[in-house]
Design a protein around this ligand. Structure first.
Ligand code: GLU
Ligand code: MG
Length: 664
């Protein structure tokens, strides 16, 4: 998560004073990149995936599990493994964007939580189908390498959140909560990666906001859960910091699990896919077309039903991370009239996308948010510098935020060969898609990052979702699919994805007909329209009202298609794409296993991890039907997650637990 520059970080009041300066320099750096790279062509269509892990430590005798805060030692062990380095793996000096040589071992990166690891393949994946089949093995390899560099009692699990995070007993080694940076009741400052960027980020978000971050997740009401339910872990009698007043001022709400630190959000793990486009136009198109898919991917990967030892009434991590980094002031939040701040801002820095960026004639102005907040002055500078209006709008929207971590050393002179000021804002805008310009000084092209997915328990599942996202992207480009939807509908869909079992029970706004107008097709390229099962609705040439273009659909309809014609379904579109290219039978079979997982999740045959975890808790002998997840339950749950990954693919247990239908 961002580049780890070193230096002397400014406290918030000092950082605030130089915010304009950082933004202006960031915009100049962006223009320099733009002018250098806007015409960059024929980059290879590459992709990469990122897996985030929680490192847990088991005490099998005591039946205890804790988060291990040994990230630094583990990264050090990985970095000094000569064998691994020979294969090009280990820990890279530069964080993202580093070009990799041929076949090489995976690389490991720090993440926000001191209990987290992140791993990426040693080289980007290419266009070939072979790579799609290698990704699962590579993910297994990554987990094995991580396992080989940690203690015998430790394991890298891929649960989104640790079920007991926030409980004093949940970390090893132990540190007292209520430190000066986070001022959290529940977690110590040492929960965060010690690199100065992370505690500063957390402290300055709190400082800018004027109070601690506030995460309230609705509790799941079971038979014996009191109503109203009051979070029993909240301490109303703490007086270490002024922020301890937050709970006395109503920060903790009835029927909500209350959390108060960045770690409760950014300590969550996700699965991300980054594409390198062949040129900027293709990248912009991918960004726009994948954006409406975000909430669907979130619902399909739902894996987060527990917070701080309680069952939640939601299934995903998204809004919690959003709240965990929400630095908006009361004025920006609309709680007070605007006096010192410039705007009311509807969303946190971590949120769903707010605008589209493609110069696609199919992008109707009606899809854009008329109330999008942009910094007009910075936008004017971008336009004056040669950037087109729609991309300038996107960046001028990201730049309404203040830089949170500013290093004194970086303010001396503007270096247009660097991107530090630009990245400062860009990398602390955590939207569900990210458009990434080419970094200077190497060969990397324009990239698009897909960020909504929750990490899955097994490597098979993580590979399946990676493969699916890659294939749907290929189908989008190959068939020129159109998923445009008014952006506020995507915002609503993101909320819907939070609901318990949204994947089965809820409906999402989705475009009715993604296929291009036949008259618009100029060459004889394959089209899913030519398939025998694809409906052929008539297409008016003058577009009707935008509201007629989309409707509410279940995830099953979006993924598998509507039974009686209408929306063809993303999986059938992928199948049409595979039909249109030469894939050998064996590869096709292998890919089919992955697509079967997505299909089964959508039609309810297979469970999400959220459903499985919730079920595991509710069936546990210690469960009192009161929403409480005990230490014993947490131990058994995390142990089961470990066992599933260790025995994945060979063990009936794993398949049974996840309801999977894969051959061994
Ligand atoms: N872990 C964060 C998430 O779950 C993302 C951090 C990152 O951008 O790498 O969305
Ligand atoms: Mg990450």
């Amino acid at each position: 998560m961002g580049l780890l520059a070193v230096g002397t970080p400014l406290d918030w009041p000092e950082a605030k004073k130089v915010a304009d300066h950082v933004r202006e320099w960031g915009i100049e750096q962006l223009l320099a990149i733009w002018n250098r790279a806007k015409g960059k062509e024929r980059d290879a269509l590459l992709w990469g995936d990122e897996i985030e892990y929680l490192v847990v430590s088991f005490d099998n005798k005591k039946k205890e599990v804790k988060l291990s805060l040994r990230q630094a030692d583990i990264l050090e062990a990985l970095a000094s493994d000569a064998e691994l380095l020979k294969q090009g793996g280990g820990v890279p000096d530069l964080a993202r964007g580093e070009a990799k040589s041929a076949r090489s071992a995976p690389t490991f990166h720090p993440e926000f939580g001191r209990f987290m690891l992140e791993a990426t393949p040693g080289r980007p994946w290419g266009i070939g189908f072979k790579d799609l089949l290698d990704v699962e093995q590579d993910m297994k390899w990554r987990r094995q390498i991580a396992k080989d560099h940690i203690f015998e009692c430790e394991y890298p699990v891929t649960l989104t959140t640790f079920p007991m995070l926030g409980d004093r007993k949940s970390i090893t080694p132990f540190y007292e909560p209520s430190g000066p940076k986070l001022r959290s009741q529940f977690v110590p400052d040492e929960i965060a990666n010690p690199h100065i960027r992370f505690p500063t980020l957390a402290a300055n978000i709190r400082w800018r906001r004027g109070r601690k971050v506030e995460l309230n997740v609705p509790v799941f009401h079971d038979e014996n859960t009191p109503k109203p339910w009051k979070d029993p872990t909240v301490n109303y009698d703490l007086y270490n910091w002024p922020e301890d007043d937050d709970v006395r001022n109503g920060a903790a709400k009835d029927d909500y699990i209350y959390m108060d630190a960045m770690a409760f959000g950014m300590g969550s793990c996700c699965l991300q896919i980054t594409f390198q486009a062949t040129n900027i136009a293709e990248g912009r198109k991918m960004y726009d077309q994948l954006s409406p898919l975000g909430p669907i991917l979130l619902a399909l990967t739902a894996a987060t039903p527990i917070y701080k030892g309680f069952l939640a009434d939601t299934d995903v991590r998204w809004n919690q991370i959003s709240a965990a980094v929400d630095d908006r002031t009361p004025e920006e939040l609309g709680e007070k009239p605007l006096k010192h701040d410039r705007w009311r801002i509807p969303k946190s820095r971590y949120a769903s996308n707010s605008t589209y960026i493609s110069q696609d004639p199919r992008l109707r102005p009606e899809y854009l948010d008329p109330d999008l907040v942009v910094d007009e002055k910075l936008k004017a500078r971008l336009v004056e510098g040669g950037m087109d209006d729609i991309l300038a709008t996107h960046f001028a929207h990201l730049f309404i935020r203040d830089p949170i971590v500013v290093f004194a050393e970086d303010l001396k002179e503007l270096d247009l060969d660097k991107t530090d000021h630009f990245e400062n804002l860009q990398s602390t805008n955590w939207q569900h898609m990210r458009f990434k310009p080419p970094p200077p000084g190497n060969d990397i092209g324009w990239r698009v990052e897909v960020r909504p997915m929750e990490i899955q328990i097994t490597d098979f599942e993580n590979a399946a979702f990676s493969v699916f996202v890659v294939l749907i992207t290929r189908a989008i480009l190959s068939f020129d699919l159109n998923f445009y939807l008014p952006i506020p509908r995507t915002t609503e869909n993101m909320e819907t994805a939070h609901k318990r079992d949204a994947v089965l029970n809820d409906k999402f706004y989705f475009r009715k007909d993604p296929l291009p107008r036949r008259s618009a097709r100029t060459n004889g390229t394959a089209s899913p329209r030519s398939g025998p099962n694809t409906p052929q609705p008539s297409r008016p040439h003058t577009p009707g009202p935008v509201e007629d273009e989309y409707e509410l659909m279940t995830v099953d309809e979006i993924i598998n298609g509507k039974r009686n014609g209408g929306f063809p379904g993303l999986i059938p579109l992928v199948e049409s794409y595979l039909d249109s290219v030469n894939v050998d039978v064996e590869t096709r079979c292998e890919l089919a296993q992955y697509l079967a997982l997505i299909r089964g999740r959508a039609n309810g045959e297979l469970w999400t991890a959220a459903k499985w975890i919730r079920h595991f808790v509710r069936e546990h002998p210690e469960y009192q039907k009161d929403s409480v997840v005990t230490d014993g339950m947490a131990f058994d749950l995390v142990k089961a997650a470990e066992r599933i990954t260790v025995h994945e693919g060979r063990d009936g247990f794993a398949r049974q637990m996840l309801g999977r239908c894969r051959e061994g």
